[in-house]
Design a protein around this ligand. Structure first.
Ligand code: CMC
Length: 392
């Protein structure tokens, strides 16, 4: 039974009911549990916001202290996970390493007591605590070094920067990084969250849920766009080349990375905040050589494609912030995953509340009642594909 027309990419089709976040794409508004993300970026922290997203309300001081304490306690990795990571090729993408490690947690914590709040809490804490350690450990191991143990005296963001750079984190850098995590923590039913929900709906373990979401986030049309933005700015090289680069993209109909969004038809509110954060970092640590190129691109793309609602999205300025924080380009998407784990977990928990397995329908377009042709009478599948008889 088909209820409505087929919409490629499920555009505009509600896949769930959710009270976690809200986006107004026409006016550029994002709220987590009803609170504007701009307000949260000013006053909250990533862990407080994660608590809000996952448990539905801002924690009291006592609840927050307990949550933060639990997360500090669980930051370390089992040595077997570290040993497994040592076998990964150093040329492998850190998103693939992260996906494998997130899934591997399921080997150690395999009980699926999904109706037990203590199990849910432990899974939330473990995933939020260990994913940054995994990202930082892979970075050090691929350089041939031992991973650095987490430091209990540092907060979530400061500890990650420390594990990555082996240096005492600058307080401004750590605060800005924490706001970046907060801004990336949740964004309604995007591709990776949908992937998490579909996996969750089978009642599998939460580590499998997060691993499938990490795999989905990795693609260049989703979380992978933040590193593509830096490659694009590198390729453009100077403000003088911006117009020619855009001419080429528009002529060849290739997407300009960091621009456009299925929901936002104005500048993504997170892009505006990230741009301000980048400027704060430039003031203290020096301007990024690519920032002028980025500004020229924003101006020109808005003039040329603004009528289609194409403006900077969250990925456009985040890379410039991460570069200034000393984060390598291919860790930008894993950093996005660290943050989005909070949103994925919130949706996992919400999905369990009123679960029904996802099983959409399809519109079949292939042949029916086709004969089985014996092997000696068959034509080459490749030749038929060339003349359009067989489609993949
Ligand atoms: N550059 C040039 N044209 C674009 C762009 C872009 N970045 N994005 C959309 N368009 C045009 C597109 O060519 C199409 O034009 P027309 O109607 O004339 O054919 C129209 O806008 C609609 O595009 P679409 O591809 O149907 O839009 P979508 O909602 O399916 O895709 C998107 C949304 C984010 C995948 C797309 O805008 C895109 O590929 N952007 C570049 C990659 C990117 O920055 N991704 C990060 C997305 S935000 C954070 C995240 O999800 O991780």
């Amino acid at each position: 039974m088909t209820f409505c027309e087929y919409r490629p990419g499920l555009e505009g089709i509600p896949a769930t009911q959710s009270s976690i976040s809200f986006v107004d794409g026409q006016n550029g508004i994002l709220e987590y549990r009803g609170i504007n993300v701009e307000e949260l970026a000013q006053h909250s922290t990533f862990l407080e916001t994660s608590y809000l997203l996952i448990w539905g309300g801002l924690p009291t001081q006592e609840e927050l202290d307990e949550f933060e304490h639990e997360i500090r306690f669980h930051r370390r990795l089992k040595y077997r996970i570290r040993d497994m990571m040592k076998c990964f090729p150093e040329s492998g993408h850190p998103m693939d390493a992260l996906q494998a490690c997130a899934a591997a947690l399921g080997l150690f914590y395999s009980r699926r007591a999904l109706d037990n709040p203590a199990y849910i809490r432990a899974a939330v804490v473990r995933l939020l605590a260990k994913i940054p350690t995994m990202v930082a450990a892979f970075q050090l191991m691929r350089k041939g070094n031992d991973p650095i143990q987490p430091r209990d005296d540092l907060d979530y963001a400061g500890n990650f920067l420390y594990m990555l750079t082996e240096q005492e984190p600058d307080p401004l850098a750590a605060r800005i990084f924490d706001i970046c995590l907060l801004l990336h923590a949740e964004h309604t039913i995007n591709a990776s969250t949908f992937s998490a929900m579909v996996t969750a709906s089978t009642l599998t373990d939460p580590y499998g849920v997060i691993a499938s979401a990490v795999g989905t986030l990795a693609g260049p049309l989703h979380g992978g766009a933040n590193e593509e933005v830096i490659f694009m700015l590198e390729e453009i090289g100077s403000v003088d080349n911006v117009e020619a680069y855009l001419d080429k993209c528009l002529q060849q109909k290739t997407k300009i990375m960091g621009f456009g969004h299925r929901v936002y038809k104005v500048k993504d509110p997170r892009a505006s905040i990230l741009q301000q954060l980048a400027e704060q970092l430039f003031e203290k640590f020096g301007r990024d050589e690519y920032y002028d190129i980025a500004l020229a691109m924003e101006q020109s793309v808005s003039e040329r494609l603004g009528h289609k609602g194409i403006y900077p999205n969250v990925d456009f300025y985040s890379g410039l912030v991460y570069r200034k924080l000393g984060i390598p380009t291919d860790l930008f998407t894993p950093v996005f995953a660290i943050a989005r784990t909070a949103g994925w977990l919130a949706h996992w928990k919400e999905q369990l509340g009123e679960n029904r397995i996802f099983r959409p329908t399809q519109i079949y377009t292939g042949p029916r009642n086709a004969p089985y042709i014996s092997v000696e009478k068959r034509q080459s599948v490749q030749d038929q594909a060339l003349i359009g008889f067989v489609t993949g």
